[in-house]
Write a protein that binds this ligand. Structure first.
Ligand code: BDR
Ligand code: CA
Length: 311
């Protein structure tokens, strides 16, 4: 089977790192590049973390391009409360010598898309700033994108507030551009990612694998679980961003619903909410998204553990 060509756009971030762990070892993906965006931490930190993760997992040949340092309109927010000061919790990786590409993320994605003979899937797991700038600046580029498989939003729940999920809340105007772009979306939002749970016992099993991947993943997830406990009195943690890669490499594990997804950028209490219309009598001509609603949790955790053992 031919590999799926992808560009992954990350704000690494503990669960972005888990998405990368899955992606970097998969023989089902051809990673044409990784781009970074500010989100969980500043652009300097998310870029450093991304390069360090890529190098640590032996894929230093993959280009990493640095992207937007600020959202399009709203003031910046970061998620140190969930990912710590470094963005990777207490996990410490060797500092890689590799530097980001000279091209910025948007120029890099444009170049890779234009040079590709096949359409490429974009996989954003952070705020959608880079992707929105790309689509606005180079509208013709849509034809070179197969689909956008993103972590963000939630049809029926938020986490930053009652209705908004962090990646959308961090740059709602960018998300709105992407959701209105006409490019096919796969929205792996909180409806599915809050079911992509890892328990303390499973993190202990990952640690017991006893290799460099297991050590890193367990350390990062232990920190993430402590944050879930502190902030939400929740046992375990949701590995949100890894759901995007799971959708690509093991789609049978994820259940989706087709519908119309939009981002509210005018509301007050609903600012940054993703509004998903699944009504059977909606105008189906306007369907733009497959919205993740469920995941085979145990198989997902096994996928993560197997990826870890592969290193
Ligand atoms: C999303 O927000 C970030 O903190 C995580 O990395 C994930 O992308 C979950 O709401
Ligand atoms: Ca993320």
């Amino acid at each position: 089977m031919s590999k799926i060509p992808v560009i992954i756009d990350v704000d690494t971030g503990i669960d972005d790192a888990m998405a990368l762990v899955l992606a970097l070892q998969s023989d089902k993906l051809e990673i044409r590049g990784i781009t970074t965006v500010a989100g969980n931490q500043t652009i300097e930190k998310t870029t450093r973390n991304t390069i360090d993760v890529v190098e640590y997992f032996g894929r230093g040949e993959i280009p990493v391009a640095m992207g937007a340092s600020q959202p399009l309109v709203r003031p910046q927010i970061i998620a140190a409360y969930a990912h710590g000061e470094s963005g990777l919790g207490t996990a410490v990786l060797p500092k890689a010598e590799k530097q980001p590409e000279e091209l910025d993320a948007v120029s890099f994605i444009k170049k890779v898309l234009e040079e590709s003979e096949e359409k490429i899937t974009l996989v954003p797991t952070g705020p959608l700033t880079n992707i929105a700038i790309l689509l606005k600046a180079y509208p013709h580029i849509k034809d070179n994108i197969k689909e956008i498989v993103l972590m963000g939003g939630g049809a029926f729940q938020g986490n930053s507030n009652a209705t908004a999920e962090f990646n959308i809340f961090a740059d709602p105007e960018a998300a709105s551009v992407v959701f209105n772009s006409g490019v096919k979306l796969v929205m792996c939002g909180l409806d599915v990612t809050m079911k992509a749970l890892v328990t303390p016992d499973e993190v202990a099993q990952i640690k017991a694998i006893g290799n460099k991947a297991g050590d890193f993943i367990a350390e990062a997830l232990e920190f993430y679980m402590a944050m879930y406990k502190k902030n939400a009195n929740f046992i375990g943690c949701a590995v949100h961003d890894a759901v995007t890669i799971t959708y690509l490499i093991a789609p049978e594990l994820i259940k989706t619903r087709q519908g119309i997804a939009k981002v509210d950028i005018d509301g007050k209490d609903s600012y940054a909410a993703t509004i998903c219309d699944f009504r059977p009598w909606r105008d189906k001509e306007k369907d733009n998204a497959l919205v993740g609603v469920d995941i085979d949790r145990e198989a997902f955790v096994k996928l993560l553990m197997d990826a870890c053992k592969n290193y």
